[in-house]
Design a protein around this ligand. Structure first.
Ligand SMILES: Nc1ncnc2c1ncn2[C@@H]1O[C@H](COP(=O)(O)OP(=O)(O)OP(=O)(O)O)[C@@H](O)[C@H]1O
Ligand SMILES: [Mg+2]
Length: 227
């Protein structure tokens, strides 16, 4: 379980999150969606206990993958994944191997991460988080840079983790991925939650937050061509 109470988050005199109350339980795969600047990453950082005044989280229980996380060092993929064991103070190879396998990285295990493609490096950063086998996964756009098949695979493996009892909160911009894989969709717009429902039920609110025209049948209408 992970929760953020509803005190506002004010940074530099600006209210980034209004009175947002958010809670996610074990077994859930929550897609957090909303426009750029809506406050998704801020809410994830709040949940991770990284904002001033937020209760600290135990890094063995709660793992956070920052948006655009990169590793510029010349470590191998296997070494990066093994960093996920640091909170536990061990070098247990079994969870590292499981994470590498889940992320489809076994063949790349000895490759240097700074020489991988963007999508391969992204998966290695996710493997590091998975290797800690945390009860709560807070993932900020883990499917950015991934090709459609790899993005679906990542969502499917997160679903498996959730079914096994993990609590997963994932920031996404791909509503299709959210619809197909998430158990719940939370829409954030201008620092407020505007919908919190099944992905299908929350879709119109998500579309509205993006200013996309959706028909009553909940199907997206084609936007007119840009001239
Ligand atoms: N440390 C900070 N100092 C000042 N402003 C900040 C800080 N962190 C976030 N903000 C502001 O808070 C707002 C929300 O930022 P946040 O990163 O949470 O958005 P987001 O929903 O994750 O957007 P994106 O989809 O672009 O990643 C933005 O307007 C941003 O400029
Ligand atoms: Mg963000």
């Amino acid at each position: 379980m992970i929760a953020w109470h509803d005190s506002p988050v004010v940074i530099g005199g600006r209210t980034i999150l209004h009175r947002v109350a958010f809670r996610a339980k074990a077994g859930e795969l929550v897609a957090l969606v909303g426009p750029n600047g809506a406050g998704k990453s801020t809410l994830l950082r709040a949940l991770a206990g990284l904002l001033p005044g937020a209760p600290k989280q135990d890094s063995r229980r709660v793992a956070w993958l920052p948006q655009g996380a990169r590793c510029a060092w010349g470590l191998t993929v296997a070494e990066v994944a093994a960093l996920g064991r640091i909170p536990h103070g061990d070098a247990d190879p079994a969870p590292v191997e499981r994470a590498l396998a889940a992320c489809g990285l076994l063949e790349l295990r000895d490759s240097r991460i700074d020489r991988l493609s963007g999508g391969q490096a992204r998966r290695a950063m996710l493997a590091r988080v998975l290797a800690g086998e945390p009860a709560v996964l807070l993932l900020d756009e883990p499917t950015a840079d991934l090709d459609p098949a790899a993005a679906h695979e990542v969502m499917a493996l997160l679903r498996v983790r959730a079914r096994a009892g993990a609590c997963v909160v994932v920031v996404l911009h791909d509503l299709g991925l959210a619809l197909q894989h998430a158990t719940r969709m939370v829409v954030l717009a201008d620092g407020r939650i505007t919908a919190d429902a099944t992905p299908g039920d929350a879709l119109p609110a998500a579309a509205a937050a993006f200013g996309l025209p959706y028909g009553l049948d909940k199907r997206p209408r084609l936007l007119p061509p840009v001239r």
